[in-house]
Unconditional design. Sequence first.
Lengths: 118, 221, 427
Amino acid sequence: MRTDFAFIGVMLVTAFLLMGVAVFAASLLRPKKPSPAKLETYECGMETVGDAWVQFRVQYYIFALIFVLFDVGGVLLFPFAVAFNVVPIYAVLVVILFLGTLMMALLYAWRKGALQWD
Amino acid sequence: MTISQILFIVMSLVVLGGGVMVVAARNLFHAALFLILSFFGVTGLYLLLDASFFAAAQFLVYIGAISILVIFAVMLTRGAMAAQPANSQWPAALVVSAILFAIIAVIVGPIAVTIGERQFGDVSWPSVVEGQPVPAVPDDILVRLGQSFVDFNQYAALFLLAAVLILVAMVGAIWVARDRTPREVIEERAELAEESQDMAPPQHQLPVKNAEAVEAPTAGH
Amino acid sequence: MSVIDTINNLIKIVGDAVADLVVGILGAGQIADLVIMGLGALVLCTAVALTFMGMTWAERKVVARIQNRVGPNQAGPFGLLQPIADGIKMFTKEDTTPASADRWVYNAAPLIIATFALLTFSVLPFAPGVVGANINIGVFFVIAVGSASTVAILMAGWGSNNKYSLLGAFRTVAQLVGYEVPMLLNVIPVIVLSGSMSLVDIVQRQTLADGNPGIPFIVYLPLSALAFFIAGVAETGRSPFDLLEAESEIVAGFHVEYSGMKFALFMLGEYVNTLAVSIVFVILFLGGYAGPILPSYIWLLIKTALVFFVFMWLRGTLPRVRVDQLMALNWKVMVPLSVVNIIAVLILAKVFVTSPGLQSANGGILVAPEAQALILFVANIVILLSGLSIMARRARVLRLAEEAQIESRRAANRATASNFIGGAPAK
């Protein structure tokens, strides 16, 4: 196990270095003639007005929050799924109760119109 | 020093450095990114503890989900692009964090050490340096974890409580971000209209002038 | 060892030979291990990057044929040298950083997205014994690492300091994170059936003892396979879920400001993620590298190419979906269906067991694996069809309501019109 994770660490470093080398090599090869017009923010040829900051709708946040809740719910199911063959039958009922509660949360969001994107 | 000790020091520095930068960064978005760096360090620490499931869960939930939530919240904040908002609450924050640190150092730390000693004997740093064999993680660790989740003598109640917590969080989030009732919206709009009339900002007159200028020749024809 | 065995285990034999060579030079120890791992990682990264080049060619060619075009045909025979030409262009193209960009964030985003896309491959088994890291949380690791791209996309969107980038990044993330949920949920039935999260174990569970392929999980779990595939298409941001780069709406999404090599890294990230999802789909549902006669890595290649072909096919045929449709499909169809499916699989797999040991431990009815597969298949199909019929009925109700509304508005218009005609003095 430890050597396996060591390989993942080595892979992380190698991939990062390799990508860094690609970018660095490109920076040696490519021409570099910056001009003020080139360095402007691209906005389909219009001159950029103001900052990129826009007031984002709270709906993005709600979707992200629903996602976080279901993500956590899903993560908690993984160990059970691994242990499925060795757990007794009533364990399935526990998990169904768990999933049912999750579904109630989804149903609540649905009924309140939080899943409606408009 | 063994490799895992070096890795431990590196990871701890990532966690602590990230944490310091979260507080010190002048840009809110950068602060959020340093928070993610800190989470990444914690993932590494879990891996060093052979807690692979927790490492992946940490990565998925904190880096993949919570950090998105944090960044979205930052973007909802007015002036996320501006420099640090003017604010003079740092002395209070310093006191609170000092107290929390003291609690951890004086109460939680010794308890953790006691529990560790009861299970593994000596847990002090030098004993690890001397190459004392670290107990290997059993192969069926995930199976045991899964069993404990649904065993009522262990964590089944907490497992179900987590689902209830998710339900409560969902209800709370939707209630906070709910659409206002039509009456509330009308009142709010009325207030806004009053404000804009009171202020009568000069910028608002500009387009009107232009419109007149555009219309004038048409009228002349 | 016979010739056939040699061919079958080619990758493993070459790898072992190189490892022996390194140990011979450096002597056994941690440094030699590190060098071997580094070499393996380097080979893996290079192979994946080369596959990426091939994939861009294949995709352009196939989509062109679907749309009745020729596709790349100038560079080399059949345009085969096109990826190399593209690569040279990427390396020599001027790479501008907008003056208002947040430099560190802007430059780090493509590196992060490409790195984590490549990292997925460290746990994928390519042939028996050929796997970078056989960890006990394999599938979970793949999904977790895949979620890192959302952070990189937000960094790219923010770092460019461009309205389109930021808007594109937000849209992308709202989409990506949403579809991670069905992805997580549909992996669970597979883990339930195989009893392990390790990708190697999952492949073994779909292989018979003599190395021939057994019943793949797509037969047990057609609904999970379908939902996982759709979620995979959405997760990689490919057509018809390519809202992140809707040219007509937000120019090109979060990577508008990127050019040259950094842009290439985004493309690499996208294609490598697609490749990873294809291979993971093959491992989870199509039996992985198991197959008769041909060497196992060839089988993996064939199956992956097949899955990737479906990806290309979708891209060539389907129009882009709307944002609200995308969200509704995820939260109102895929997530509920997946949860119902999990519950059904849990109950049926507990009631109908395939090994006598399990029966004596937990009770249940002992059946043959084929019978279990059939039962689960029927249950999956029933859930899928009932879900679809509920959807159809709901859509019909909505459509009728809309039509009634339009009709009543028309009637009202007609009434006012006739009043006017009736009331107006005739000339």
